[in-house]
Ligand binder design. Structure first.
Ligand SMILES: [Fe+2]
Ligand SMILES: [Fe+2]
Length: 154
């Protein structure tokens, strides 16, 4: 089994503990949606798509587990580290890269390391493209416009 598949198995089991079926569905849709977007963006930018995808699978897990978005990026990075150290799927550098991306993922107005930027952009892609009829959040608009340009979309 690939390590992405193995991580997804773990995340699926955690998400399946959510009792509300609507919340469960949107959690799954978001994590897998961001994971796919992260794969594409990493591939395009010449970075590791598998590690980017793994970061995406874990990025909001803290919020889904606790039901709170308070400081979820920073707390989520700690949770991700715990999980990755337990599962032993990544080396130290990969674990650090994943946790850094999760730590910074809510800072959409700031530009961080190129690998951190993949997760932020993938998150924005899913927020916007999951339903194009919804208004784009102010803090995500610039990033979305830059992505449209990068990917040749109007
Ligand atoms: Fe988030
Ligand atoms: Fe997210």
């Amino acid at each position: 089994m690939s390590r992405l598949k193995e991580l997804r198995k773990y995340v699926d089991a955690e998400i399946n503990k959510i009792e509300d079926p609507d919340k469960r569905t949107s959690a799954i849709a978001h994590l897998y949606g961001v994971s796919l977007a992260a794969t594409m963006i990493a591939q395009k930018r010449g970075m590791d798509p598998e590690v980017a995808s793994m970061a995406a699978m874990l990025h909001d897990l803290y919020a889904y587990k606790t039901g709170s978005y308070d400081d979820h990026a920073h707390k989520g990075a700690d949770l991700a580290r715990e999980i990755l150290e337990k599962l032993q799927l990544t080396d130290v550098a990969e674990t650090d890269a994943i946790c850094s991306a999760i730590y910074h993922h809510d800072d959409k107005l700031v530009v961080d390391d190129p690998f951190d930027e993949i997760l932020k952009d993938a998150d924005v892609i899913h927020h916007v493209m999951n339903d194009l009829s919804k208004e784009i959040k102010d803090k995500e608009l610039k990033r979305y416009e830059a992505l449209c340009k990068e990917f040749g979309m109007k």
